[in-house]
Ligand binder design. Structure first.
Ligand SMILES: NC(=O)c1ccc[n+]([C@@H]2O[C@H](COP(=O)([O-])OP(=O)(O)OC[C@H]3O[C@@H](n4cnc5c(N)ncnc54)[C@H](O)[C@@H]3O)[C@@H](O)[C@H]2O)c1
Ligand SMILES: [Zn+2]
Length: 365
């Protein structure tokens, strides 16, 4: 097990990455509860509980089994109405401020569970036990929690850091291959923006990673977490450096929005967005040809990327509405080489159009 420490202005907590963590979770959690009498609640989905619940519950003493709450699978359930329903269930089951909530699942469970913990009785402690690669490398770290509105994703939320994160890479065994690949695009992003060693590892170990070898996955997850922890430690609230985590995301989010969040998984849309960002960087001569080629090759190596159709004006419109795009400034993350991100404010519409045209030529095929 490798432990990475997240240290921000408002919180400090460990992220444990390894194999065979679930069967020992009970004792780890007991050490984290405020009182020995504290109750433990697990928020999960019926599917994840069916696959991994027995392992998680195995080490709890029979008289102290956690109370399990369920959220159905799907982005459409990441809504305030479910936060209210679950808060009612928590209070009916006797939860109080010393209770510990465990968010056990993918990014949806983690985001909604973290937000529930942030506001239930004005805040209770929680722990993330991410079970998708995306949640392990990205969403479980950094303290952003929240739910969607019908007018946009993640528009309601709060910063609430977990007490700890336990990422057991063995849970990824049952993850559909497409979900695994989608999460890996976020790790490719980590390599491109800040970690040349991780980039090289992803290039050289492509087969064992895609085959789900625990040792390879542990290396990828821990490096990605370490990168995010470092960035979030420097800039918790996204006033500066944290922006670089949005590499590939301005256009990626636009692609997700324009395709109705149906055609592509988040990571896949980000992969297209990264290809576009690489092309803008290259055509500005900011990024050497050689590095651009390696970046594109790495993205394709973890494909295939699903095709999609979209109109350029719709994509530009959606990119302009991105909530991270401050007051008209076309803030955009580019790259100047493997391991280097550059935030610029002067990307022109013509540059975006030309990058979008070039990815659309591949996407509509
Ligand atoms: N808070 C943040 O900083 C942050 C960052 C990135 C993304 N997010 C959010 O994360 C969410 C997406 O997360 P996700 O990609 O993990 O999606 P998800 O939670 O929907 O999980 C994807 C699918 O995998 C299944 N699954 C989960 N674990 C499994 C396992 N071990 N075996 C088999 N199947 C399993 C789920 O049931 C689901 O069908 C989005 O809502 C996004 O907004 C948040
Ligand atoms: Zn992302």
């Amino acid at each position: 097990m490798r432990t990475i420490h997240v240290k921000t202005a408002s919180a400090s907590y460990p992220v444990h990455v390894g194999s065979n963590i679930l069967p020992h979770l009970a004792s780890h959690l007991r050490k984290l509860t405020p009182k020995t009498s504290s109750r433990i609640f697990v928020l999960t989905s019926p599917q994840i509980w069916a696959l991994w619940g027995r392992q998680l519950a195995s080490a709890f003493p029979k008289e102290h089994l956690p109370t399990v709450l369920f959220l159905p699978v799907g982005e459409q359930y990441k809504r305030l109405s479910n936060v209210e329903r679950l808060a009612i269930e928590l209070s009916q089951a006797g939860a109080d401020r010393s209770s510990l909530l465990v968010a056990f699942g993918g990014g949806i469970i983690g985001d909604l569970g973290g937000f529930l913990a942030a506001i239930f009785m004005r805040g209770i402690p929680y722990v993330q036990v991410p079970t998708t690669l995306l949640a392990q490398v990205d969403s479980s770290v950094g303290g952003k929690t929240g739910v969607n509105l019908t007018t946009g994703k993640n528009l309601i939320g709060s910063f609430h850091h977990p007490l700890a994160v336990f990422a057991d890479v063995e849970t990824l065994e049952t993850l559909p291959q497409r979900e695994l690949r989608a999460g890996l695009f976020e790790s490719i992003k980590s390599g491109i923006i800040r970690d040349p060693k991780l980039f090289r590892f992803l290039e050289q170990n492509h087969e064992s990673i895609l085959a789900g070898e625990p040792a390879a996955l542990q290396r990828v997850v821990s490096a990605s977490v370490a990168m995010k922890a470092e960035v979030v430690g420097i800039d918790e609230r996204e006033s500066g450096l944290r922006m670089i985590l949005n590499f590939g995301h301005t256009l990626g989010h636009a692609i997700e929005a324009v395709t109705g969040y149906k055609k592509l998984l988040h990571g896949e849309a980000i992969a297209w967005g990264m290809l576009a960002a690489v092309r803008v960087s290259r055509s500005r001569h900011l990024l050497p040809e050689k590095d651009a080629a390696r970046m594109e090759q790495l993205i394709y190596a973890y494909g295939p990327l699903p095709h999609f159709r979209a109109r350029i004006p719709d994509l530009l419109d959606a990119a302009g509405r991105d909530k991270k795009n401050r007051a008209g400034a076309r803030r955009f993350v580019l790259t100047s080489g493997i391991g280097n991100a550059v935030v610029v404010e002067d990307v022109t519409e013509a540059e975006l159009i030309s990058a979008l045209e070039s990815i659309l030529r591949e996407a509509v095929r």
